[in-house]
Each structure stands twice: as C-alpha cells, then as structure tokens.
Write a protein that binds this ligand. Structure first.
Ligand SMILES: [Zn+2]
Ligand SMILES: [Zn+2]
Length: 210
C-alpha cells in the first residue's frame, strides 16, 4: 500500500513549477535588487510566480518580518503575480536546518541547501536524508553542488536511494540554472523515481530573470 506522502505548500502552485522563478535573493542579503524591482520585472517578462527565498540563519542580520512586509505590499501592487515568501536554509551537520521557527512560520516555500559542510561523504548522505524527511522542506536547492565542489561522487544506487526518498517526501528537485544542476544522470534517475522538478535560477539581480 502506498504510504501517505506529506503535504507541501508548493502543491498549491504546482502548475507553475517550471514557468515560475522559485529561487530569488534580494538586497536583504547578497542580491542587488528590491522586492518591488523584482516584481516589476517579473510581470514584464510574464513570469507567473516569484518566490523570495532569502538566505537565512538561526540568527539573522536583518528582520525577516520586514522582507515579508515588502512582499505583502507587492501583492497589492502586482495582483497579477503570485508572490511567495520563502527562505534558503543551510543543512547543518546533524541534518537539521539553520533557520528559526519564527522564519519557518512565515515562509511559504523552504529551500534546503548544502553550503559549508564537512568534507565527509557519509556524513553528507546522512544529513541529506534527514533534511529530505523534514516536513518543512519544499525544495532541494542546487542539488549536487557540494559533491561537485568537494570532488565526491555517488554511486547510482546511492542516488536512487536519495531521489526515491525525495519523491516519497514530496521534496522538489531544483533545476538550478546558475550551476547547471542536477547532472543529467540524476535527472534520468529522478524521472524514474517520479521526482518533480522546479525551476530555480538562484537569481541575485533582475538581469538574471528570464
Ligand atoms: Zn545556495
Ligand atoms: Zn541561493
């Protein structure tokens, strides 16, 4: 019997997984543009959905609530556009996410990603599986970037195992345009496992939008 897979927020916007922009950084951290500038440009390009997935930490250097405020204002200014709050949270060594409960409560879309992490493949796989089973996680951002940077590779069986888990947990795999990830073999395996993909360009300025 098929197990019941967890509900995820992205399901409400499933028809925009490829046409939307699901990975965007603003001037709150290392992006160049404001929420308003992004929305204006997104409407112009006829992109139907934009998710503001700002970098977060448990201790923030900015007020997440302010970012949410700008997003709420933009929803009034651009009623034709779907504008989502979100965050990109780093996976920690134990597989938990470097994000506060407060931010999670305000985020409609949660990206998890590996940034700094020990150069240990087994630890990575274990943390990845834990993160994939986190009910808050919607998207695995730039999948495989850590492996590429550390010169690690996974056997096909390991990839199958991981992507099967992602599929079961309803975690989307990002087509990351900035890093050209995931690699083709992962896409092929993912399709067999019933994975759903989502477009995320890791946009840092409006010129990156397309
Ligand atoms: Zn990232
Ligand atoms: Zn990012």
């Amino acid at each position: 019997m098929a197990s019941i897979s967890p509900y995820k927020n992205w399901k409400k916007y499933e028809k925009y997984l490829i046409s939307g922009q699901w990975h965007v950084h603003t001037n709150y951290v290392d992006g160049e543009n404001t929420v308003d500038e992004y929305c204006k440009r997104t409407v112009k390009l006829r992109i139907p959905l934009i998710a503001f997935t700002e970098h977060v930490r448990k201790k923030l250097t900015y007020r997440y609530h302010d970012l949410v405020g700008e997003i709420l204002t933009a929803r009034e200014d651009y009623p034709e556009l779907i504008i989502l709050t979100g965050c990109e949270a780093k996976v920690l060594e134990d597989g938990s996410l470097d994000v506060s409960e407060d931010v999670l409560r305000q985020s409609e879309i949660v990206l998890m990603a590996f940034h700094s992490f020990p150069a240990d493949k087994d630890k990575y796989v274990e943390a990845l599986k834990t993160a994939l089973s986190n009910p808050k996680v919607d998207i695995w951002a730039h999948p495989g970037l850590f492996l590429r940077n550390k010169n690690f590779s996974l056997r096909d069986e390991e990839v199958e195992d991981i992507l099967e888990k992602a599929s079961r947990e309803n975690v989307l795999i990002e087509f990351n345009e900035k890093y050209q990830l995931p690699v083709r073999s992962w896409v092929e395996i993912g399709k067999k496992k019933g994975i759903k993909f989502v477009r995320g360009s890791d946009v840092h300025k409006i010129r990156d939008l397309k």
